[in-house]
Design a protein around this ligand. Structure first.
Ligand code: YSA
Length: 328
């Protein structure tokens, strides 16, 4: 009987089969248990020897079950290790990393530059009113300078801001000089779209107010920005121009090589000037001077990345982003 039990136990293929065998051999009605029950019917002189023999059988069967159980467990662990084996020599899976849009890269770069120069970075509303967008900036109603910034009006008489300059007024109302701030943000104009003009674009406004702030300070700030973005030695120019909210006013341009035509030309990046006394008057400032400028971020991204058509920045073509991932 022992041989038969050992043979069955040792060939049990898995834990479940082993459990069934355990019941069949050692369970309440198992073959070893049945054998134990026969002891009661034996004569006392036979019982001792038979009892010892059956107990030895039982112990041997139990031991065989334990051994098989351990062997099956070890085999299962081994199989799992085989299954889950990691080949560390295989090439890794590269995580799909995104990239900031070119405009976001330029905006981060510029705000970083101005932060290191001690400027605060603030933002303002895109939906504005006539007072902040025009009147407080010295554009009286019907003034022809309003024609340079045609906008989109809402039915309740408000407008999508045409530049970030209204934040000059909002900031000055809430703060006392001296201060240095930059305002990045989205602006809107009702105008024909072409390779350098969009109806929605971004500007970075700067405003510095204090005692004895001069045009030389303004030139220095603009130069620091141009060097950070385009590198030292970049040709830049300031040319006199008119904005109602500055006196004197100028426009800032950079000498660039058009990426498609190869033609070298000036590209206007922004307007600037010394804050007009009427603007200071509108916010109740006295005895201070200041400068301000507002630059087009799309134009700066075009120069930085060699993009010939402003519309390429808005086509949503991920190949553009891939091409310039992490360049700035
Ligand atoms: C001027 C003097 C200051 O003291 C402060 C700010 C300014 C700038 C003024 N607020 C302004 O908006 N001037 S601007 O109409 O000449 O625009 C500034 C820059 O925005 C342009 O030089 C150009 O880089 C960009 N821009 C203007 N219209 C655009 C545009 N970019 C893309 N699409 C358009 N439609």
């Amino acid at each position: 009987m022992l041989e038969e039990a050992l043979a069955e136990i040792r060939s049990a293929p898995d834990a479940r089969a082993l459990q069934l065998l355990r019941v069949a051999w050692l369970g309440r009605k198992g073959r070893v248990t049945e054998r134990l029950k026969t002891l009661g019917g034996l004569a006392p002189e036979e019982r001792r020897a038979a009892g010892a023999e059956i107990n030895a059988l039982k112990q041997a069967v139990e031991q065989a079950f334990d051994e098989r159980e351990r062997a099956l467990e070890a085999a299962a662990v081994q199989a799992q290790l085989e299954r889950e084996r990691v080949d560390v020599t295989l090439p890794g899976l590269r995580p799909a990393a995104g990239a900031h849009h070119l405009l976001t890269q330029v905006m981060h770069k510029l705000t970083d530059v101005f932060r290191t120069l001690g400027y605060e970075v603030v933002v303002g509303p895109e939906l504005e009113d006539d007072h902040h967008n025009f009147e407080a900036l010295n554009f009286p109603p019907e003034h022809p300078a309003r024609d340079t910034q045609d906008t989109f009006w809402t039915t309740d008489g408000r407008l999508l801001r045409t530049h970030t300059s209204p934040m000059q007024v909002r900031y000055m109302r809430d703060h006392r000089p001296p201060f240095k701030v930059v305002v990045p943000g989205k602006v809107f104009r009702n105008e024909a779209v072409d390779t350098t003009h969009e109806a929605q674009f971004h500007q970075l406004e700067a405003l510095v107010v204090g005692e004895r702030i001069t045009m030389a300070d303004m030139r220095g700030a603009i130069e620091a920005m141009a060097v950070a973005l385009f590198g030292p030695g970049t040709r830049t120019r300031l040319q006199p121009t008119f904005f109602p909210f500055v006196e004197p006013g100028a426009e800032f341009a950079i000498w660039w090589t058009h990426p498609k035509t190869g033609k070298e030309e000036w590209l206007e990046l922004g307007g600037c000037g010394m804050v007009h006394p009427n603007v200071f008057r509108a916010v109740g400032y006295e005895d201070v001077t200041g400068f301000a400028f507002g630059f087009g971020l799309e134009r700066m991204a075009m120069v930085t990345y060699g993009v010939s058509d402003i519309r390429d920045l808005y086509r949503g073509d991920v190949r553009v982003l891939r091409q310039f991932r992490g360049v700035a």
